[in-house]
Design a protein around this ligand. Structure first.
Ligand SMILES: Cc1cc2nc3c(=O)[nH]c(=O)nc-3n(C[C@H](O)[C@H](O)[C@H](O)COP(=O)(O)OP(=O)(O)OC[C@H]3O[C@@H](n4cnc5c(N)ncnc54)[C@H](O)[C@@H]3O)c2cc1C
Length: 403
């Protein structure tokens, strides 16, 4: 049995954020990650020639102070890459027609009469108890919301966001202090995954990749973590930072109340297809992303904010349930490149939380089940899906256990 001070299950930004904090405090940490790479949703698809593009998260902000602490501590702050002018350009695809927009032009798409009727009556409205859909429908008018805002909001978490709480736990947008010494929106050289790679390589952190954990159990005053390959790891502190769909099965036997609370968080699968094309094969104007209305995908995110002289990269985030051929056919239609010519195809399926009203109570229930245990649970199903929400949750869990 392998021994450490802290065992972390899951090598996404939540798990590595906690591992990094624990290592900073002088603990010996082992991170167990089921995939062959760390990063989870921070997935920078990299080619041997150095070109990379984002299959998952694509943007960090200077309001992500906890993430920036890791960047500074791991030496990644010097590798921050500012997003270029394409960040302010978007495509809207409706009924086969493309419109190329900037934020002011998006406002021109509004039905202003409808907005003018609704806005004055509702702009002081409290957000408490409202969903994204109910709040913005009242503020801007139902048709404006359905036509324009709902698809744009869906592009943010790669799923319909109408039912998300508009504020508090599970909400999409949070006001946080900015760190003006950093540019407003950025990635890292080599992609956002680089910050996870750096945390994984920090002194005191050891990562075992390709290890799928099947159980986290109590053992004396500590924990024993069992993997599918039969190995087990013990430590006085354990942290579960696996995806929301996996965590309950790991905890079911020894922590049934905790497992059943986590299992009540709603989830959705996102099936993504990424492709790289030589510039000369791309018809699409440079833009940060394309948002379709009533389509089989939620968004197509490009690498254009970090332009490359040779290539362009596109990640399509699909609703679940299509076959691989159907996904590739849609990618080929939108990019106007025959499916057979789509080289360097990267595919990924992730399960994300899909918070609804009442999420804060569910989080409180999870925290009650955790109280008094040397077990941390972290991930994107607490304060929210944003990278910063994940790192802040990990920091808070570390402070509760070992800080
Ligand atoms: C397409 C997309 C775009 C996004 N864009 C942005 C963005 O621009 N900005 C932003 O702030 N956020 C963005 N997000 C959200 C954000 O990236 C995620 O919510 C966050 O990275 C989740 O981190 P995590 O560590 O909690 O979970 P994950 O990244 O899912 O990591 C969990 C890890 O646990 C591992 N694991 C699961 N089960 C086991 C097991 N049994 N044993 C061992 N390991 C296991 C998984 O393999 C995975 O590596 C985006 C998400 C997606 C999917």
């Amino acid at each position: 049995m392998a021994t450490a001070d802290v065992i972390v299950v899951g090598g996404g930004v939540s798990g590595l954020g906690l591992a990094w904090k624990a290592a900073q405090a002088g603990r010996k940490v082992v991170v167990l990650e089921r995939e062959a790479r760390v990063g989870g949703c921070l997935h920078s698809a990299r080619r041997p020639d150095g070109y990379w593009f984002e299959m998952g998260a694509h943007t960090a902000y200077n309001s992500y102070g906890a993430l920036l602490d890791i960047a500074v501590g791991t030496g990644m702050a010097g590798k921050v890459k500012e997003r270029g002018p394409a960040r302010g350009h978007f495509g809207l695809l409706r009924n086969g027609e493309y419109r190329w927009l900037t934020p002011p032009r998006i406002l021109l798409q509004l039905n202003w009469l409808e907005a003018a009727v609704h806005f004055p009556l509702n702009f002081l409205r409290k957000k408490d108890g409202e969903t994204v859909g109910s709040y913005y429908s009242k503020l801007l008018g139902h048709r404006n919301y359905e036509r324009l805002f709902s698809p744009f909001f869906a592009a943010v978490p790669s799923q319909k966001a109408d039912g998300f709480p508009v504020e508090g736990a599970g909400s999409l947008f949070k006001k946080r202090p900015r760190r003006p010494e950093f540019v407003r929106s950025f990635g890292f050289e080599g992609g956002l995954q680089s910050v996870c790679d750096a945390a994984a390589a920090a002194p005191g952190v050891a990562v075992e990749k390709g290890v799928r954990v099947t159980k986290v159990a109590r053992a004396g005053a500590g924990f024993v973590v069992t993997a599918a390959d039969g190995r087990s790891f013990d430590a006085p502190i354990a942290a579960v930072a696996a995806t929301v769909d996996q965590a309950p099965s790991l905890l079911r036997d020894d922590f049934p109340a905790l497992a059943s609370a986590i299992a009540r968080v709603r989830t959705v699968a996102v099936e993504s297809v990424g492709v790289v094309l030589p510039r000369e094969k791309c018809w699409m104007p440079e833009c940060a992303f394309l948002v379709p209305i009533d389509d089989v995908f939620h968004s197509c995110v490009t690498r254009d904010p970090f332009p490359d002289p040779r290539f362009r990269g596109f990640a399509f985030h699909f609703k679940p349930g299509l076959s691989r051929d159907e996904r590739l056919a849609r990618v080929s239609q939108v990019l106007r490149v025959p499916a057979a010519e789509l080289a360097d195809v990267v595919e990924q399926r992730v399960v994300l939380p899909s918070p609804v009203l009442g999420h804060a109570e569910l989080v409180a229930e999870i925290d009650r089940a955790l109280a008094g245990q040397k077990l941390a649970v972290t991930g994107n199903y607490f304060a929210g899906l944003a990278i910063e929400d994940c790192v802040l949750r990990s920091n808070a869990e570390w402070a509760r256990l070992g800080g």
